[in-house]
Every structure is written in C-alpha cells, then in structure tokens.
Design a protein around this ligand. Sequence first.
Ligand SMILES: [Zn+2]
Ligand SMILES: [Zn+2]
Length: 459
Amino acid sequence: MMDAELARMMGALGRPSRAAAAPSTDPRRTTPKGELKMPKFVKFHPEDPATLLNEVFWEDPNDFEPYHSDFTGRTIYWGTVPMRENGHADINPWEFGGRTMESQQAYTKDSPRPEIQFINVLMEKKKAAMKEVDISELSKRDYTLDIHVEYMPETKKIERKIRVSGGLSLAVFSDKVMKPLFGLVRNLHAHIFQDFSDGSQFGPRDSNAIDVIHHLDKTGYAYIPDDEYTLAHFLRKPGDELGYLYDFGDNWHFLIKVAEIAPVEESTGKVVVLGGTGAHPPDGVASWRWIDLMQKVDASAKDRKAALDVLYESSGYAGQRWDPHFDFAEFSVPATQRAVAAAVASKLSVPGGAKHFSALLAAGADDALVYPSTLKKGQRLVRTPVPRADGAPARVFMEEGVAQERRDNPANTACANCGSPHGLKACSGCKQRYYCSRSCQRANWAQGHKKVCTGGKSK
Ligand SMILES: [Zn+2]
Ligand SMILES: [Zn+2]
C-alpha cells in the first residue's frame, strides 16, 4: 500500500491522522477505549500520538492477557490482535496502515516502536522456554502429518499426508517440503509457523519478501527465526497441531496435525508423500477469493471458467496450457513425491534474497536500470521469465537473489537424496550437497549429481 494512497483513503473515511499534532512529552496516551493511561511497559516517542494503537500495548508483556479464541481454542499473532467470535483476527487494514504512518517517523531500529518493544519481550520469553524443550528422542522419530488448507469448502478440500523426520528444522520443512507438497513457489512469499498455545510465531530469517515488508504488522509484528527449531520442538504427540500461514497478503492458512509418531527403530528420516486430495492452491491469489470461487465452481460453466482464469493467471500455474478439463480434485502421489525430491535435492532457499516479480518498463529496457539490486556476497540474481498463458512473449520476470557459492548449514538442511536431517556429511567432491549415508550419496550421484558436481570424481 502506497502511503499517499492510504492517506487519501483515510481522508475519504473521514479519519484524520493526528500524526502532525504537537509532540507530547506526557508519557501517557489515550487508549482505544478512551482512557488517558500510562503504559505499563512500552515507551512512547514524543511524536507518536498512538491514536491507532491497539489497547494491549498499554499492558506489561510479562503478564498481559493474550487475546484467545474460545471458538477455535487458539491464540494467534502473539495474542496481541483482537479476535472475532469465529476465531479470525479482527483486523482493520486501514487502522494498521494508519498506525504505520503515524509511528514510522518517530522510531528507529535501535529505538523500536512500542509494538516491537512489546513483542521483543514475548520473543525472549519464548526462546528461553524453547531451550527447556527436550527434542533428543522426538527429533529421531518419523512423524506422519496430516496437513490441509483451512476454510476450504467440503467438496474442494486441499489436504496432504506425509512422513517426515521430527528433526527437520521448520525452515527446511517450509522450503523443501511444504512448498512442493502444495505446489507453492519456493522463496516467493513469506510464512510463519504458529504455536497456538501462546500465539508465538516463527518465520524466515532476514526475509525481504514483499509480504513481510508490507503486511507483517497484520500477522503479529515480528517472529523468531525458524531455522533454529525443529518440528519436534512443537509437535510432541499425536493430535498436536501447528499453524502455517503462507503469504501475509493472500493469507493461506494451513493446519499441520500429527497423525502418528513412529518409534526410533522404525524411523528412516526419509520424506515420503503418502497421499492427498485437491489440486494445489494458486500461489499469488488471495485465499478468500479462491475459497469463494471454489464454492461456485460447479454451479455453471461461467463460474468454472472464472475459476480457471484465476488459476492460470496465478504464479503457480503461469505458462501452463489453459485446460477446460482441469480437475480441481486431482492429486498425484508420484508427481508430488518428485516435486518434493527435487526441492530436497537442491539447496535451501535464501530468505534474504526472496523472489519478486518485475515487469519490464519497455521492450529492450536496460536491465540494470530496471532492476537495481543490492545482493550480498555469494548471491546472484536468477531471472526466470514467466510465460503468459496466451503464448505471448514474457514481459514479467520472477527474480531471486540466490547464493550460488554459499553452502547450506549442515544443521539446517536435509539429505539431498532422501530428506533426512540426520548424520549429514558433505559431498567430498563439491562440498555443496549433504547426504545421510553412502547409499544416499551413490543414489543421488547416479540420478544426476555427477553432472553438476564440481569435484568431478566418481563416487
Ligand atoms: Zn539420505
Ligand atoms: Zn558433489
């Protein structure tokens, strides 16, 4: 959202911004309930009028009452966002945008906004609590997980069953398992894992995905990096759940639920796709729009065509042939297993170099002018033209700053052949891929690593 556009919209709503009011040295501010009140913990900058700040931030983060939904039994977004009766976050985008506008000038990274002062305490408390969680046994056990997209109509369910090691880090699970499992584009949008017991959230470290920049406020302001925690930290027994929110603008909510945890002696660490229903959700389409389309898709030929048009315009289906016979229920275990295997065989995506879309300003425009980039050492811009469904030449590009020479951290990756996080050793030729065993290394070598391994020796 552009600030000017937002200002215009707020003006149209008749809600004047009071950001221009005289600086106040009074440490108190008026809460949304209309009380002039001293905050118990946060400190307001004199130029922050806090007119659009949520009531909870006058509390002490050490003992506040988090917002919780009795309807869903969940606490989301650190418990700082009010919830409606149905358990959804009660978010007014104009208030969130207005809050950004009234506070963004006053605070800096070193003296953060009251929201971040508050969440920082919650994050430190959560990190301390996570240190006490014993994962020594569970991280060696294989989990059978049922994962589905929430809020889809009964007839258009999107669900998957998969077996993975409890020792996979959340970051690896997101990048190499969740994305290919649901046909989402890797490293395009951001995600957060949500622990519903306290609303704590974990997401991509240093992500510069566009949805982090524009929408993180609406999903709880901040998150703990997810590369230091494993599935076993959160999923302790059958029935345990973990939320996964993908794309903070389009809001795809997934629920990850434990069906079974295998004994250590029956666990291999391999990622195995066991089943599923439903074609993958269209990356780049708002979830509520898709749910709405899916409720009507069987009603008439016109509704069906509208849904297909949206699907084929999405980034997940870009360039595929428009097919009137598309089956919304279709799911293939072998095809999905291949997609997961391809992700597992590649390096971990670099969230600091997240993908974004660019459109050429004019045919033949100077790329350097169109795409100024600030890549870090070892990163390179990879540009993929996105073909258009009508066959016209591509003028939109998906770009990603990827560390070509950077190795995965062995503590935060998986065997390039089977997806196990255990006992990883680097390929002695190139040091760029990790394997859990000699047999996995040999299998991956035969399947194509010999063509790309810069070490050049046969294995
Ligand atoms: Zn392996
Ligand atoms: Zn190699």
